[in-house]
Design a protein around this ligand. Sequence first.
Ligand code: PAF
Length: 279
Amino acid sequence: MEILRSLDAMREWRASLAPDQCVGFAPTMGNLHAGHTELIKTAKHRSDAVVASIFVNPMQFDGNEDLGAYPRTLEADLEKLEAAGATAVFTPATTDIYPDGLSQHTTVNVPGLTDVLCGASRPDHFRGVTTVVSKLFGIVRPNIAVFGAKDLQQVLVIKKMVRDLSIHTEIDVIPTVRETDGLAMSSRNGYLGHDERALAPLFSRTLEEAANRIAQSGSDIGTVIAQSKAVLADAGFIVDYLEARHTCDLSYASSLNQETAIFGAVFLGTTRLIDNRIV
Ligand code: PAF
């Protein structure tokens, strides 16, 4: 596995590939877990060469989230990427990505889809995601990029960006990888204290039960959402949002006439967890 630590190294490596080679890409912020390994395996299955990037993107952190505290575990990450079969890993410096600083950098904004759910709670977050992902796509020039369904809103936003900007990268999405107790894998799970970690699976269970109740009995969506929020709040979660929305445009779902998902974000202490379940 090649370790490409600069823009020049990445561009040189990319230029060395034959034009007909299919390049798969998995962008990450490091601190890798089994969910990331699945991204690499999927990309490998579908392409000739697989690049992963590790870049803790300062532009997508908000004031309440400590960029400095985000876990950096490069050596362990490289071992995991190699074992999963990555061909190359791109680990740019912040100055490679934002040479004139964050405030002077051109940004990419996807309207509409970024105004709700996580976008409402973290107003600048998706602008940071789409800016860095479009930039990484421009550098890596992947044929396929793989993302996880745990960040379903992020997936929808990136798909719209790719469509709107006519970017020649196919977006592939893999199912959420979960711990055996159902908790969606996330780099942020490591922030949970012992008691919080024990409570955390109730979040995914509650979303799953809500999705099942709505799907099976056609229960009133508003009632199920209200009851699910109460279950979580009574157990000690602070519910940021829990909403049923259509996955095509993130509009509120009052009926199941289009694909619908229950989207949730909760705090356990200071740790913010997100998850979703398709109804
Ligand atoms: O999902 C993530 O880890 C990040 O948002 C991404 C896509 C790597 C962009 O920094």
